[in-house]
Design a protein around this ligand. Structure first.
Ligand SMILES: *Cc1c(COP(=O)(O)O)cnc(C)c1O
Length: 368
């Protein structure tokens, strides 16, 4: 058997080749490439899919999160120096969105068994300056609770969802991206809903917030040549919107395929040196963007798997607070987060993996 790639993007996209080609040809021939029908159609379809009142297409996932916080600042809800609670265990983009706005990230350790922010450790980090909680549905697993909502109400905090990895996940009957006050989505090619380049979106239920974000993403303007904010240029182009609109139709089926693989891995991998991720009681809560195992002997495991033709990746090798970019936080200690970063390894998982490939990953891990 050929090498099993960590993620075969070519195969994922070729599965929709004909439909994508037709839509792209249409867009090409239309002569309209920004802020047109394709973006409008995709925004409408994503809005219906998520169940939110508004969706705004933007240039990428980082911008989606930056724009949410920026809009809250323009609306007077937040100001520079205010604090936003973020998980210590996340991809750096969640933190960049906060610091880029002159807001201060306050890190909270994750729950060891879900990798997601420990909901019981949030309240102790709330100060006079706290204005928001950014939750990250890491690896595709939803994190939320009624208590979190109550906590946000008690302290008048906005809940911002980083939904870059969890499109399609459902918590208590509601999709992620519709659980808090606003959510950012990424359509980076490797995400569960991936474009052929960069793309992102914001969802929210607040009309003023949606309007502010739409203006901010378009030079701070709602009306051509009239600028009410010092905005930026962050738009989802027509080509990417066309591709995403095709792929959105298949996201549930593709997430189901990921779930089936995750369930097989969890049932069939029997290797005492590997800790498998937890299957949530309600399978809908997880869309398995990544299947992340833990090993105290990670380097050895990577090499053993590679020798047998299985590619893996680490998500992520260095936590945000230990990055050079955040030197000011390098002295902080988050032992749960740091241990996770030393041990995690992502196995191949995707909607186009064959049964034989899944079988091989299981067999190889069980033979080590
Ligand atoms: C991918 C990702 C982002 C950033 O999205 P881009 O589209 O790459 O800018 C933000 N947060 C998380 C958790 C991500 O995985």
């Amino acid at each position: 058997m050929k090498q099993i790639k960590f993620l075969d993007l070519q195969k994922i996209n070729l599965a929709h080749q004909q439909e994508i080609e037709e839509r792209l040809l249409n867009t090409f021939q239309s002569g309209w490439y920004l802020l047109g029908n394709e973006a409008k159609t995709f925004e409408e379809n994503l809005k219906n899919y998520i169940g939110a009142k508004d969706v705004i297409g933007v240039a990428n996932g980082l911008d989606a999160l930056r724009l949410i916080l920026r809009a809250y600042m323009e609306m007077g809800v937040m100001k520079a120096g205010d604090e936003i609670i973020v998980p210590a265990n996340t991809y750096i983009a969640s933190v960049l969105a906060v610091s880029d706005n002159g807001l201060v990230p306050v890190f909270v350790e994750p729950d060891d068994s879900t990798f997601n922010i420990d909901l019981n450790k949030i309240e102790e980090k709330i100060s006079e300056k706290t204005k928001g909680i950014m939750i990250v549905h890491l690896y595709g697993r939803a994190v939320f609770s009624e208590d979190l909502k109550k906590l946000a109400e008690k302290y008048s905090l906005k809940i911002i969802e980083d939904n870059a990895q969890a499109i399609g996940a459902v918590w208590n009957g509601k999709k992620t991206g519709n659980l808090g006050d606003a959510a950012g989505f990424s359509f980076y090619p490797g995400k569960n809903l991936g474009a052929l380049g960069d793309g992102g979106a914001v969802s929210c239920n607040d009309e003023e917030l949606g309007k502010t974000i739409r203006a901010l993403a378009n030079y701070g303007s709602n009306q051509k040549y009239v600028n009410i904010y010092k905005g930026l240029n962050s738009r989802l182009d027509e080509i990417q919107a066309a591709v995403l609109d095709v792929k959105l139709k298949y996201i549930n089926a593709e997430n189901d395929s990921r779930r089936a693989i995750a369930e097989r891995y969890i049932a069939e991998i029997k290797n005492p040196t590997i800790i498998l991720p937890e299957l949530p009681e309600n399978p809908a809560e997880h869309v398995w963007h990544l299947f992340v195992v833990r090993s105290e002997n990670r380097d050895q495991l990577i090499n053993d798997l590679l020798e047998k033709g299985i590619q893996t990746l680490i998500h992520y090798p260095i936590p945000p607070h230990k990055q050079k970019a955040y030197e000011e936080y390098n002295g902080l200690s988050f032992p749960v987060t740091e241990k996770i970063h030393e041990e995690v390894l992502s196995l191949p998982i995707s909607p186009v993996m064959s049964d034989e490939e899944v079988q091989k990953v299981i067999a190889v891990l069980n033979s080590l």
